[in-house]
Design a protein around this ligand. Structure first.
Ligand SMILES: Nc1ncnc2c1ncn2[C@@H]1O[C@H](COP(=O)(O)OP(=O)(O)OP(=O)(O)O)[C@@H](O)[C@H]1O
Ligand SMILES: [Mg+2]
Length: 493
């Protein structure tokens, strides 16, 4: 039995063909994974399936209904988690759950969900004050209410830490009935083997559909196979790094956090964060959701006043001279913070201006960036309408535009496809070789290996600090993921 039958589906947005004569079937009662490059059509496909978009051509049948004409009927049977799930940020965790339960007409029975999401102790916190990953978990909990027949999850695990990502998959498997159909889009290749079926999309077409183990036995192999299917990745010289002009400095440690603390009421978001980063070093701040990474980033770049402690950027105290300190910084926030209603090019122009690049220099630099990042096709598109991976790419470009000697990257690769992730890290490591200091956070444990040193952060405190190999050795782990889990579990005891 099939939950979804699609024949020759086509959907165009102006000159872009998002879905291109696509045919596929999705089996009932199975978990199907949707994988593909940024802009390959994953979100468009999901929106067509639930009737949020109408096709130009072709046929769709979902649970024996036609989503274009029987949308209301279909709505009652599905649970849909869009990329930007609509949590009410000014309501608390529990109020959000109550609201969604009422909308779906189901009882206020949240025990299991709160336990699974680990949000029980935070149930009276405003949703807006949750960390990025905690918000994802709450969104998923809201969608699971009422046990829908068909769950459509658009990148539910973006920004969710490796321990919680396993929980999330477990949560879905445990909380659904055996008859429930799940469509789960993702850019984490290590999730592939949890799916009954994997569908790989490329340029609006299905390029693979089948059992994930038939493609590859392990997740590393799976990632490489997907990259091959998508046309392969050829490492080239990072032109961003080549165009970088090194800045002279006498300070030994370009970034210093000294006893940083942030207190909200009686809750320590950051209790004690200290580290020193040398010029040209890649320093990774890793840790579970809610550990205090983003809070630390915000204090380090002067966006949030620390309760205690000091941060130095190029030897400058960030609270004493924020403007001067910040001129040395490129910051990529976890939450998309560019101007959504401006086009790609307008955003680049704007950020050049505010970083003090003008006239002919601005024109030259912006066209160079457009060329390097491959934005020429999308430069007139509004930033808010871009696929998630492209948004991240644009944010990185804006953070780099003024050639800063220090980069703060808060989950730069969350929601970014496998090939673009490699391109990002090629830029990051090449820039570091040219002397750029990088503070970065990620939930991809393979990326943690690119860091020179790592601080593992948990519940506002440093749990371990050292090179990736030292951390692995410390707990006799074969990879960073295992080291991460062991070190966190150990500190929990
Ligand atoms: N304004 C606020 N009021 C109360 N608590 C807050 C506020 N801002 C952040 N917090 C809490 O501080 C903690 C740390 O949040 P932070 O965003 O720094 O985590 P994170 O390590 O970046 O997590 P993630 O990996 O999910 O992005 C969380 O428990 C969060 O809910
Ligand atoms: Mg964060």
């Amino acid at each position: 039995m099939d939950a979804v039958i699609i024949k020759n589906l086509t959907k165009k947005f102006k000159e872009i063909t998002a879905i291109n004569v696509l045919s596929l079937k999705i089996e009932k009662g199975k978990i199907t994974g949707l994988i593909g490059a940024d802009g390959s059509g994953k979100t468009t496909l999901i929106r067509l399936i639930i009737g949020l978009l109408l096709p130009d051509y072709g046929e769709i049948s979902v649970l024996d209904l036609n989503p274009s004409v029987e949308k209301d009927e279909l709505n009652k049977k599905i649970g849909y988690m869009p990329q930007k799930f609509g949590l009410y940020e000014d309501l608390t965790v529990i109020e959000n759950l109550k609201l969604y339960a009422d909308l779906k007409n189901v009882p206020h029975d949240f025990e299991k969900l709160l336990k699974f999401t680990d949000l029980k102790k935070f149930q009276s916190r405003l949703a807006g004050a949750l960390s990025g990953g905690m918000k994802q978990k709450l969104g998923l909990a809201c969608v699971l209410l009422g046990s829908p027949e068909f769950l459509l999850l658009d990148e539910p695990s973006v920004g969710v830490d490796p321990i919680s990502r396993r929980d999330l998959m477990q949560m879905v498997c445990n909380l659904i009935s055996p008859k429930t159909t799940v469509l789960w889009s993702t850019s984490y290749m290590d999730e592939a083997h949890s799916f009954d079926t994997a569908i790989v999309l490329d340029q609006g077409k299905v390029i693979y559909q089948g059992n994930p183990s038939d493609l590859a036995k392990t997740s590393e192999e799976f990632e490489n196979k997907v990259i091959d299917l998508m046309g392969g990745y050829q490492k080239t010289k990072s032109r961003i790094a080549e165009s970088y002009i090194s800045k002279k400095t006498d300070v030994q440690y370009t970034v210093v956090a000294d006893n940083l603390e942030k207190l909200y009421g009686d809750f320590y978001a950051v209790k004690n964060n200290s580290f020193k980063i040398k010029k040209g070093e890649i320093f990774g701040l890793l840790g579970p959701n809610g550990a205090g990474k983003s809070t630390s980033f915000k204090m380090m770049c002067g966006l949030l006043k620390p309760t205690n402690g000091i941060a130095h950027i190029m030897g400058i105290d960030i609270t004493e001279d924020p403007e001067k300190a910040r001129s040395n910084l490129g910051y990529m926030a976890q939450k998309f913070s560019l101007y959504e209603s401006l086009t790609v090019k307008q955003n680049l122009d704007f950020f050049s201006e505010i970083y003090g690049i003008h006239d002919q220099n601005l024109k030259t630099r912006v066209s160079e960036i457009i060329d390097i990042f491959g934005f020429s096709q999308i430069q007139k598109q509004k930033a808010g309408e871009l696929p998630l991976g492209f948004k991240q790419k644009l944010s990185l470009a804006c953070a780099l535009i003024h050639n800063p000697p220090i980069l703060f990257l808060d989950e730069p690769t969350s929601g970014v496809d496998v090939i673009t992730r490699r391109e990002f890290w090629n830029h990051i490591t090449s820039l570091a070789q040219k002397g750029v200091t990088v503070l970065v956070t990620t939930h991809f444990m393979d990326e943690a290996e690119y860091c020179d040193r790592i601080s593992l952060f948990y519940k506002g405190e440093t749990v371990a600090i050292g090179t990736p190999s030292a951390l692995k050795k410390k707990v006799k782990a074969k990879n960073m993921e295992e080291a991460f889990m062991k070190l966190i579990l150990e500190s929990d005891k």
